[in-house]
Structure formats: structure tokens, C-alpha cells
Design a protein around this ligand. Structure first.
Ligand SMILES: Nc1ncnc2c1ncn2[C@@H]1O[C@H](COP(=O)(O)OP(=O)(O)OP(=O)(O)O)[C@@H](O)[C@H]1O
Ligand SMILES: [Mg+2]
Length: 250
């Protein structure tokens, strides 16, 4: 589904991602782990068009994504959540999810400016998508609540609902369990699994190794922007280089 070849991104003298190669099969949960500053979020920013690659290729179903804008990439079915919550404080939960569908409608700018009836139909359609995504994440009961009143654990799910409302084929989740307690983390594992069960391919960045070893089909370990190891959880847990650089002996 995703084929990354020779991907490199530098910031001045710093190489954040270096000659990275990996492939993700459709409908798998593929995780990216590594120490702080290893380049995980930078990789997500490259895959979603927030940063342009310095060099290399990113192919989604054989189509090149490198050089496309974030919206162009989103329209090809790639969606994401953020390490630091990106929530609009003055809005309800539903509105926050609907904002994620911006640019995904069928109406053009002209219809929007003229306020044509087609636009109202589209707004209804987007609301329907947003409500379905909220329901999928178990958030229907808070749809009309202002997000400022919601606890952190629900906001993490709300970000996922927003990403799902665009009906992605590939979903990138940057530390979905960060800051969650044990119960919330278990719920998050269930949610990630149920997302995969709908046919979506999941790319996951997480520091919670219990969660990672539990849900991942394959794991890529990054260190200083380079691939340190790649394989199934069983292999990664026993890889000496990974233990030395990141996992530790415990
Ligand atoms: N816009 C930028 N300008 C300059 N340097 C950057 C930029 N974005 C990332 N970096 C650098 O790239 C490196 C990788 O950072 P990145 O945020 O991708 O790490 P990470 O693996 O996500 O870490 P963490 O686990 O702490 O979230 C770091 O050295 C960071 O300072
Ligand atoms: Mg990060």
C-alpha cells in the first residue's frame, strides 16, 4: 500500500530522516518506534505533505505523494492525528470533526461563495460523516458539547474521529496513548483494532511498548533518522541493537 524509498529530509545541517526505505502492506498496523528526536513525527510530516522530502519517494498504491500539498495527499486517502492535540477550543466536538472534512466536499469554491443549495446538501453530508465517525469512536453523546469542557482522554479520541470522518485508506496516529491512564489505553487499543477491522491501514507512532507489541503487525525502529531494525514484534523485542538503543534490557 505504501512504499517509501530513499526518503531523506534535512533541516540545515541536521538530517532528521536519512535514506529511509520501508513498505507497508494494506490493512496492517505498522508501527514506528524509536528514541525522542529519532524522526518519527518528521516522517509523518513527510508522509502527509507538511514537509517536502529533500529527496526520495513516497508511493501510495503506486502513486507518488512526494511534492504534493497536504490537501492533495489527504484527498488521496491519507489522514492523521497529531502528537500535540490540534483541537479548536471555541467549537463543539461535532464542529471539530466537521472541520476535518474541509476540502473533502464535492462543491467548489464558487458554490461555496454563492451559498448554492448544493452547498447546504454538502454540509448535511459532512455532518452525517462527522456523526458516524463520532459514533464509531464512542463519542455520540458528546457531539454537541464544547470541547473546552472535555477531558484529555476524550479529546484524543476526538482527534481520531476527525481523521476518520474523511474516510481515509491510510491513517497515521502520532502517540494516541500519550497521557492516557491504563483504562483509557485499553480502550485506545480496542479503537485502533476496530479501525483496522474496517479495512483501514494504520501507521502508529507510540512510546507505550506494551501497546506497540500488542497491536503491531510489523515495527520499524528509527534511530537518528535511520532504520535501526524492521520486523514483527517478536523479532524487534529480541534485536540487540534495538535493546541497546531504545528498549533497554527490561
Ligand atoms: N521544522 C524543523 N526544523 C528543524 N529541526 C526539526 C524540525 N522538525 C523536526 N526537527 C528535528 O528533527 C529531529 C527529529 O524530530 P522529530 O520530532 O521527528 O522526533 P520524534 O521521533 O517524533 O521525537 P519524539 O518521540 O520526542 O516525539 C529532531 O532533532 C528535531 O529537532
Ligand atoms: Mg514525535
Amino acid at each position: 500500500m505504501l512504499k517509501v524509498t530513499g526518503l531523506t529530509r534535512t533541516f540545515g545541517g541536521l538530517t532528521a530522516i536519512a535514506e529511509l526505505d520501508f513498505q507497508v502492506s494494506e490493512n496492517t498496523i505498522y508501527s514506528i518506534i524509536g528514541p525522542n528526536g529519532a524522526g518519527k513525527t518528521t516522517l509523518f510530516n513527510l508522509l502527509t505533505g507538511v514537509y517536502r522530502p529533500t529527496s526520495g519517494s513516497i508511493q501510495l498504491m503506486g502513486q507518488e505523494l512526494a511534492g504534493l500539498s497536504p490537501l492533495q495527499i489527504a484527498l488521496k486517502g491519507v489522514s492523521r492525528t497529531f502528537q500535540n492535540l490540534q483541537i479548536f477550543a471555541g467549537m463543539t466536538a461535532l464542529e471539530n470533526v466537521m472541520v476535518g472534512c474541509h476540502g473533502h466536499g464535492r462543491c467548489g469554491l464558487l458554490a461555496s461563495c454563492l451559498g448554492l443549495p448544493s452547498l447546504q446538501k454538502e454540509a448535511k453530508y459532512i455532518e452525517e460523516l462527522a456523526r458516524r465517525a463520532l459514533e464509531f469512536c464512542g463519542l455520540s453523546n458528546i457531539a454537541e458539547r464544547p470541547v473546552s469542557a472535555l477531558p484529555y482522554g476524550l479529546l484524543k479520541k476526538l482527534e481520531i474521529a476527525r481523521a476518520l470522518a474523511t474516510q481515509p485508506r491510510l491513517l497515521l496516529m502520532d502517540e494516541p496513548a500519550a497521557g492516557l491512564n491504563d483504562t483509557e489505553t485499553r480502550e485506545m487499543v480496542g479503537l485502533i483494532r476496530s479501525i483496522q477491522a474496517t479495512g483501514i491501514t494504520v501507521l502508529l507512532v507510540e512510546h507505550n511498548m506494551g501497546l506497540i507489541m500488542d497491536v503491531s503487525d510489523r515495527i520499524l525502529v528509527l534511530n537518528y533518522g535511520q532504520k535501526l531494525a524492521e520486523g514483527i514484534p517478536f523479532e524487534i523485542q529480541r534485536n540487540k541493537a534495538v535493546i541497546d538503543a531504545y528498549l533497554g534490557n527490561e
